[in-house]
Design a binder for this molecule. Structure first.
Ligand code: GLA
Length: 398
């Protein structure tokens, strides 16, 4: 009940379009208990897809600890699609043979100081054709809680078949929001804090109503893939959504591809920088048991994570663009700004940022976040060369 009223309180702010300042002032007084900062963890889909099982999940949890990711803030070990079995005579969902004992797996993950996430659909079938939660919402939520689940990704997929029976697009939309609300209520009824992740690919401008149906995060796009074109189209396509993110309720531009091998180091650095600026959930999507030191360094950079996890929850906006060059900035709780200077072109380019346009007059202190170095004190402009498909990420204060 208490959580619900917090949610309504924040959702009202979000949906009435109250000023960011007003909502943030309130949030400092009453931070939400679930997802006060964007969730951090790992998800099985991007790397393992259907080839996920109990032993693999345990190995990922082990590696999250031994790699230092847990200590860097990663918490959730999320099983995506293909864990589902059939229902028993009472309708209770069973795991399939790949997951012999979900409760034991949750105990194992919890024993490592981590949390366990799971996946389902409001439709009859999941995207991979496994058993969904249609007409079993309360039962499934109770089962998840009994297993010790801490996070649910709820993926629209075959619920579209149900929506097709609606007489109008407005009625179809209502069916979808009702379906998401139904599972949210079922999760609340369990009494267990479970992060609720909406996955419906950004349809019907979900950022406008995701908080109202109880979403702690909502996918804003189609599926990411491990290519610069996919990642950058999604990441840079988030312009204009900043006002919908706030503590407890986040835009989700999909899971990370860092470490999966399809992008160059500068491209993965752009991926991490952009997601951190966007206050995006940081859900690693690689095989944590096979990481190079470079991948670990990208995923665990403390200063980058601090930007993503900044308690103000102020998502970055694109403040300047010219051809393939873009500057994005977000204000952080200590009054400093995180600034990303991005080059979407393949070749290096000289670029500069003017501090007065960012509200800084007089001397500024800037730190090159990825270099881990303070820059000399500056006044008006910082000029530097940005690698192809690369970024320079700054943290600037007076
Ligand atoms: C959809 C989602 C993905 C993943 C798959 C699983 O495509 O967007 O993130 O969960 O389903 O089937």
């Amino acid at each position: 009940m208490r959580i619900q009223s917090y949610r309504l309180f924040f959702a009202t702010f979000a949906l009435c379009g109250a000023t960011l300042l007003a909502s943030q002032t309130s949030l400092q007084i009453q931070a939400p208990k679930i997802a006060p900062t964007p969730p951090m963890g790992w998800n099985s889909w991007n790397h393992f897809a259907r080839k996920i099982d109990d032993a693999t999940v345990r190995a990922q949890a082990d590696a999250m600890v031994s790699s230092g990711m847990r200590d860097a803030g990663y918490v959730y070990i999320n099983i995506d699609d293909t864990w589902e079995g059939t229902r028993d005579a009472q309708g209770v969902i069973q795991t399939n043979e790949k997951f012999p004992n979900m409760k034991a797996l949750a105990d194992y993950v919890h024993g490592k100081g981590l949390k366990l996430g799971i996946y389902s659909s409001p439709g009859a079938k999941t995207c991979a054709g496994f058993e969904g939660s249609l007409n079993h919402e309360e039962q499934d939520a109770q089962t998840y809680a009994a297993w010790g689940i801490d996070y649910l990704k709820y993926d629209l997929c075959s619920f579209r078949d149900v929506m097709k029976t609606a007489p109008t697009p407005a009625a179809a939309h209502l069916m979808m929001t009702d379906a998401y609300t139904k599972m949210h209520n079922a999760l609340l009824k369990t009494g267990r804090p479970i992060v609720y992740s909406l996955c419906q690919y950004g349809e019907d401008a979900v950022w406008r109503w995701g908080a109202q149906v109880g979403g702690n995060l909502w996918r804003t796009t189609d599926d990411i893939s491990d290519r610069y074109a996919s990642m950058s189209n999604i990441g840079f396509g988030q312009a204009g959504l900043s006002k919908f993110a706030l503590p407890g309720h986040w835009n989700d531009p999909d899971m990370l591809e860092v470490g999966n091998g399809g992008m160059k180091p500068d491209e993965y650095r752009t991926h991490m920088s952009l997601w951190a600026l966007l206050a995006a959930p940081l859900l690693a999507g690689n095989d944590l048991t096979k990481m190079t030191p470079e991948t670990i360094a990208l995923l665990t950079n403390k200063e980058v994570i601090a930007i993503d996890q900044d308690p103000l929850g102020n998502q970055a906006d694109r403040i300047w663009a010219e051809g393939p060059l873009e500057i994005w900035a977000r204000t952080l709780a200590d009054g400093s700004k995180a600034i990303g200077m991005f080059n979407r072109n393949g070749a290096p380019v000289d670029m500069h940022v003017d501090f007065p346009t960012l509200g800084f007059t007089g001397r500024v202190h800037a730190r090159d976040v990825w270099a881990g170095k303070d820059l000399p004190v500056m006044e008006v402009t910082y000029a530097t060369t940005i690698p192809g498909h690369g970024v320079v990420l700054l943290r600037v204060s007076k």
